[in-house]
Design a protein around this ligand. Structure first.
Ligand SMILES: [Zn+2]
Length: 340
């Protein structure tokens, strides 16, 4: 799923392509995708597109009567959250057809007066992509509750220390909780922890000042590198670039690019994390309960070794939806304030 660096690039892409143009129409292809009803989507027609921006993993397209060269001059905000399997597809020639509910992955269509525009698509059967049309960004619940932006100037080592202080939760969960820090999801939290050489299960409250500084540096470096890689790529190339730039996330079974050890995975009901034992956990593999359940069958005391059970059911892919998502990705979440 697109996280901070990809959404940032999508915003830059839309600033280049859409800002200053007039909206012809916006349509939701399904009832579920549009999370607001007032103002209606029809009120976008005729408005000028302002400067696209980002809050956490939310893409913000302001549209208003004001001219596009006025930064952030929008009376309405079209806010899009691409969730796990959503994407933005720019088209130089949008079809005349309306977006209709159906089996296609099309979720939302946005058309400009020159015939260009974009579709939001979502693969798979679990539909989580969300579009909001609001007068104030904080009317989007996920935005109102966002934590701080990790690339903002005021996200200092001290600010991170205050976030971690006293928190009896694993650092992996802290990093991807949008209410705590905005924009980092399952993929970049794996990458940050690999760069910091830290276990995903390390408790936030246990960080020493040096470790906080290391983590802070890893967050900044990981996100900045990803943003540089995706800068200037057109929307259709961003997904591929994200995957090719990841060092551990989604790479279970492959060699760690830093030390050559085999990257391992811990699976959860709805996602999975990847890490390198040598780099991050002192060489010890982390327990993967789902795997343990399948492999270690209880045997009554003194009983003879039982015959092999019927072949265990094959593990379902972490994401039944798309093969490239076979390794879990982050959920939606709320979180922070961004300097645009
Ligand atoms: Zn390694």
């Amino acid at each position: 799923m697109p996280e901070l660096p990809e959404v940032e690039s999508l915003a830059a892409f839309l600033r280049e392509r859409a800002s200053g143009r007039t909206v012809a129409r916006a349509e939701a292809a399904s009832f579920a995708v549009l999370k607001t009803f007032d103002p209606p989507l029809s009120s976008l027609a005729g408005l000028t597109v302002g400067q696209a921006g980002r809050r956490g993993k939310f893409l913000d397209l302001p549209c208003g009567l004001s001219r596009s060269d006025e930064p952030r001059g929008g009376e309405l905000h079209l806010v899009m959250h691409l969730a796990r399997a959503g994407w933005l597809r720019w088209r130089d020639a949008m079809p005349d057809k309306s977006a209709k509910p159906g089996k296609s992955p099309l979720a939302f269509r946005f058309v400009l007066d020159d015939g260009t525009g974009f579709d939001l698509t979502e693969a798979g059967t679990r539909k989580r992509l969300a579009v909001y049309l609001v007068r104030d960004l904080d009317d989007v619940p996920g935005i109102a509750s966002l934590g701080p932006e990790p690339m903002a100037e005021d996200f200092t080592v001290e600010a991170l220390a205050a976030i971690l202080n006293g928190r009896r939760t694993q650092i992996k969960g802290v990093l991807r909780d949008q209410r705590i820090i905005a924009g980092i999801g399952n993929a970049y939290s794996d990458e940050v922890l690999h760069a910091a050489k830290m276990s995903p299960f390390k408790l936030a409250a246990s960080f020493t000042p040096d470790e906080v500084a290391t983590l802070h540096g890893a967050i900044a470096e990981t996100l900045r590198d990803a943003m540089i890689r995706s800068e200037g790529l057109v929307a259709k190339d961003l997904k591929g670039e994200k995957k090719s730039g990841l060092r551990v996330h989604g790479r279970a079974g492959q060699p760690c690019p830093a030390c050559g050890d085999t990257i391992r995975e811990v699976s959860f009901a709805d996602s999975a994390l990847q890490y390198c034992p040598t780099c991050q956990t002192g060489g010890k593999p982390l327990a993967d309960r789902r795997l343990s359940r399948l492999l270690k069958l209880p045997r009554p005391r003194g009983a003879a070794r039982p015959p092999l059970p019927p072949a265990p059911r094959a593990l379902p892919p972490a994401h039944p939806l798309r093969p490239e998502c076979a390794i879990g990705l982050a959920l939606v979440g709320p979180s922070a304030r961004l300097a645009r």
